[in-house]
Design a protein around this ligand. Structure first.
Ligand code: SAH
Length: 348
């Protein structure tokens, strides 16, 4: 993969140890230093001067060729109810993205963003209005995870790519990020502890399936029929639910990993008994799990939450493996995109 450049300097935090080793060898340095440098980067070193087990000359050389600009925190909000913490980070170019720390009994999870904004245009989403500004670099995704660890004093054991952005619309950078966190010399996080959430870019799902990674694929389905899904998830247009389910089945067959389906229950839109039946018919054949999300109301949107529990009961009666997502951080706007949106509209 092409490593990004800024002002003639390379993004060292997006590089794998073997790429660092190659650069070192080409620049008259010992290859094994790559391991030392990679460890410093994994720990979240803020500058090359901190890498005290490297010679001053090498640190200087690194500073000339590479950039290292961890984000700074703009806002941090902690839920009094459940310990959820929401972060708004300022990136080197002045853009802002969000991440959320969620504290579960089985470990601390980081929900991170993959793009600045999003161009998928889902009707219920807080990130829709402002479009996509740019893709995040692998280093900028890594920085969110490490930033949370350093600020909250926790060890992240799960990552969900469910913040702002569409991960499969930033495929190469997301793939490199997965590789970086998975590396034993790095964070050493197992692929099974990572979930990637997509609005259903089928060509991206197909591409991901070819890597046979063990990460969980979460598909934001939200409607079982094209008529409804075309309206609320525009990425459905030209692809369709049938083709999406084909891609999910292939993903399951290629990886052995069951696909999980996100479904925000919206009153009068996707919550009818008929839609529950159609949903059951889609997911049961591939052993899919349905994760029902209580709709977070977004200012200015006419969409209202439906009765999630009633819909869940209906699905269970139909033999579907369905759960209702707990609302973490409801008191701190921890729902997708809401903090960045407030920042941009000046509405606090
Ligand atoms: N683009 C990816 C990941 C980001 S969105 C995707 O579409 O999956 C993460 C999840 O939050 C998705 O399931 C999305 O549909 C859901 N979501 C977005 N806005 C929401 C809202 N207002 N209420 C409930 N869920 C929402």
């Amino acid at each position: 993969m092409q490593i990004a450049e800024r002002d003639g300097k390379l993004d060292i935090r997006s590089m794998l140890p073997e790429e660092l080793a190659e650069w070192l060898a080409a620049n008259g340095e010992k290859k094994f230093r790559a391991g030392q440098i990679f460890r410093w980067l994994t720990e979240g070193a803020a500058d090359f001067a901190a890498m005290t087990d490297l010679s001053a000359a090498l640190r200087e050389k690194l500073g000339e060729r590479f950039f290292l600009t961890p984000p700074t925190v703009l806002r941090e909000q902690r839920s009094e109810r459940d310990g959820t913490v929401k972060y708004l980070w300022r990136l080197a170019d002045g853009n802002a993205v969000e991440s959320v720390l969620m504290r579960y009994s089985y470990g601390d999870s980081a929900c991170i963003s993959t793009q600045v904004g999003c161009r998928m245009g889902c009707a219920f989403c807080a990130s829709t209005g402002m479009g996509r500004v740019r893709d995040l670099l692998p280093s900028e995704m890594l920085d969110q995870v490490r930033g949370i660890e350093l600020r909250a004093g926790v060890k992240i054991s799960r990552i969900v790519l469910m913040g702002i952005g569409e991960p499969l619309d930033n495929f190469e950078n997301v793939l490199r990020f997965l590789e970086l966190v998975n590396r034993p010399e790095g964070m050493n996080l197992g692929m099974r502890h990572i979930s990637l959430s997509t609005c259903g870019l089928t060509e991206g799902i197909d591409k991901l399936a070819r890597y046979r990674l063990q990460c969980t694929l979460s598909v934001s389905l939200h409607a079982p029929d094209d008529e409804t899904r075309d309206k609320i998830v525009p990425a459905n247009r030209g692809r369709g639910v049938k083709e999406l389910m084909r891609a999910c089945r292939d993903y399951y067959e290629a990886t052995g990993r069951r696909v999980s389906f996100e479904y925000a229950v919206i009153r009068g839109v996707n919550d009818s008994p008929e839609q529950a039946k159609r949903l059951a018919a889609l997911v049961k054949p591939i052993g899919g799990h349905v994760n029902l999300i209580p709709l977070n109301e977004v200012e200015g949107s006419p969409l209202l939450p439906g009765d999630t529990r009633a819909f869940a009961a209906r699905l269970k009666d139909l033999g579907v493996n369905a759960t209702v997502r707990r609302r973490l951080g409801a008191d701190i706007d921890a729902a997708c995109g809401q903090l960045r949106r407030k920042q941009a509209t000046g509405n606090r």
